[in-house]
Structures are given as structure tokens and as C-alpha cells.
Design a protein. Sequence first.
Length: 252
Amino acid sequence: MTKLIVSMLALSIGSTAAFADGDHASHALHQDGAVISPASETATAAFDILAAHAHRNANQVTFHMTTHGVAGGEAPDPNGALGGAPVYSYVWPTSLDPASVGFEPGTGILALAATSHPDFDDTPLVDENRDGDPANDGLLWHSHWVVLVPTETCGPGALAVRDIPEGETPRLPATWPGLPIFLDSPGFTPLFDGPEIVVTVGFASDVELEAMSYDGVTGALRVNANIHAPLLCVTDVFDVASGDLSLPGIVQ
């Protein structure tokens, strides 16, 4: 199932040109298992991926992404309403089954995402700005697990976060925020340092992480104007670390 979806997504993504250089790309080249990305002539620097890599310590995995600009330095302009709301995202698609983090098994591509969206808050258990209101933090970068699937309603070859049709009750993580999509809000904090974004996540001890592979993607999503069916479509892919979403990254 996952391999089929990855192949379909790869058909909709163009490769980038001209290899990157510079201190941060050189550093990333020395990370075992890293995915090194060509520099883009068109992508905004904050979303132009130079490298993606990940390393494991017991049941924790730290995901890194190095960009050509200041990671997290760009955020979407407010739409003023949930319908049509834009989302910017740094994403690590993985080879793990969605069941690894509590979703229904075999339901799509499990991806870790760090997102910013000023028009809504989907982390009801986390008060990111520590002002006593956990429902006003959407603009601040925060983490999600999502399950991605090809969704023709979003456009030819496009992806969406998997919807939950009315009346269905799939298996979902304990920190699912209540939206009718395969979205988890686990509270892992994205950390930014100049061109790099880092997110460390924890897994249950029985999840097999040794064979996990991954990639790096930056892109934009948008909430459907009708709020559902589908709820959240991928509308733009800024960059793909591998160029073809082949998930070549090896966890060290």
C-alpha cells in the first residue's frame, strides 16, 4: 500500500537542479544516511532543502532538515477563516506503517510534519505560547503525525491528509485532536537554529525502527473551503530532498 502511494506521489513531483554547496550542505554531506538535495533556483530559501537526515537513540528518533535559508523564517498569511486556511510545512515522509504511532494500519504514508497556520489551532493539549490559552497557537511551528494519500478531489496526482468519512471510527492515536482526518498532535517541539529544523520524536518500545527509511519535503497545504471531503489538501510542493520521494534516507 505505502509503496504504491509513494510511486503515485513521485509522478507528481519534479526534480530540482544544480547541486548545493556551502557550510551547512558540507556538514550534512558528512551525516551517514543523509539525503542530500540539489539547490533550487525557484524555491523560497526557507523551504529549499539542502539535506535531510535522522538518527536514533533507543526508541527516540531525531529528524533534521537543513535549508538554504532560515528554517521557519516564512509563515503563511492569515486567511481570516478556517475554510481556505493556508498551511506551511516541513515534512519527513517515512516507510513506517501508520500503526506505528496509533493509526489504522495500512492506510497511507506516515509522515512527521512541522507546520504553521495562523487561522486555526489543532494542538488542543499544548499551549505553545504559554499564555494560558491552548487554542490560539496555530501560527507557531508545531508537530504532527499525518497519513497522506492520493486524493483526486485535490487535483490530478495531488495528496491530502487522509479523511475520516462520517460514521467511520478508525483506530487513532490518543493525542488525535478531534478533526475528521488522520492527524495526530503529539506535542513534539520543533527546534530551529538558522538553516536547520530539528524534531525529536518518541516511539513505543515495540516499534521496529532499524529498517525505517525517510525523505524530506517542504510544501503548502490548504483547508478545503467546504471544511471537509477532503479537509486538508497538499496544494504546493516546494522541494523534495531526494527529488523523487524514493525515501532513501537511512536512520543512524
